[in-house]
Ligand binder design. Structure first.
Ligand SMILES: C[S@@+](CC[C@H](N)C(=O)[O-])C[C@H]1O[C@@H](n2cnc3c(N)ncnc32)[C@H](O)[C@@H]1O
Length: 253
């Protein structure tokens, strides 16, 4: 990405500088010393900034939107204990491939309820912030922390990953793509709107998903999306929700 730098919190020490320099190197972007620069000044000067704090990473874009790891709605879903995705999967301890990780809220909920999750994200910054959060973030809830730590993530394009999978390698494949979302989404995704991959569900991708999914394919999409009819998903509408789940049982394809 152009006009993107890594820096630290204003309150700095050698350890934090070293950490920020390593992250900049990993992401192949310049590291700049923060000095006394305010966030507003940093954005004017560099447009996109990843700020390294001792216990978190915060990405800020030119619209001052911030992306950092948090679980918001996932914690609510875990506490409510009536998760529609779990009902759709039905069986316990399934091997699930989430091919559109994003902020990993769905992955965390699925992992918490006992599934074995591998999650894919093609955007390097989203992947870095979210995978680091999954490893280190402390929710003060041991079971949720364990669920986060159990998730395996890859920074990869989902089609490329699927092409290297065996037939029937995952029990369930789950996808929650961006392409069907309005730019100003209503699902707390605005911080990743401008970073996220908006690739569409092509016939080639769908064929790979079908090959690799052993039992079920589950999609989340806007109620008005034509993807349900196009790929013959059974649409499960939820009262009051703008997004529906669609499910395809492999036996019935
Ligand atoms: C709507 S978000 C997913 C939100 C997620 N379900 C959650 O619970 O936070 C979709 C994510 O999929 C990623 N994505 C889109 N196309 C992709 C692709 N071809 N390969 C890997 N990731 C992709 C986007 O970058 C974005 O972060």
């Amino acid at each position: 990405m152009k006009n993107f730098v890594v820096t630290t919190n204003v309150k700095v020490n050698d350890k934090l500088i070293e950490k920020a320099e390593k992250i900049a190197e990993k992401l192949h972007v310049p590291y700049v010393t923060r000095q006394k620069m305010t966030i507003n000044y940093l954005i004017i000067k560099f447009s996109n900034v990843l700020i390294v704090y001792s216990n978190e990473l915060v990405y800020v874009n030119e619209k001052k939107e911030k992306l950092f790891f948090h679980l918001d709605t996932a914690m609510v879903r875990i506490k409510n204990n009536n998760e529609p995705l779990i009902e759709l999967i039905e069986e316990k301890n399934q091997k699930v491939l989430d091919i559109t990780m994003g902020l990993a809220r769905d992955s965390v909920v699925l992992s918490y309820f006992g599934h074995n999750i591998t999650a894919l994200e093609s955007n390097e910054i989203i992947h870095y912030i979210v995978s680091t959060g999954l490893k280190n973030y402390d929710t003060k809830n041991e079971a949720v922390n364990d669920a986060m730590r159990r998730i395996t993530t890859y920074n990869v394009d989902n089609l490329q990953f699927l092409k290297n999978c065996l037939n029937d390698e995952y029990d369930v494949i789950y996808l929650d793509p961006m392409f069907n979302r309005k730019i100003k989404g209503s699902d707390n995704l605005s911080p990743i709107e401008n970073l996220a991959n908006r690739s569409v569900l092509t016939d080639e991708l769908f064929a790979e998903i079908r090959r690799v999914a052993k039992k079920k394919i589950i999609i989340k999409a806007h109620n008005s999306d034509t993807v349900f009819e196009k790929y013959k998903f059974k649409k499960i509408e939820r009262p009051g929700a703008k997004f529906s789940f669609g499910i395809l049982e492999k036996d019935l394809i």
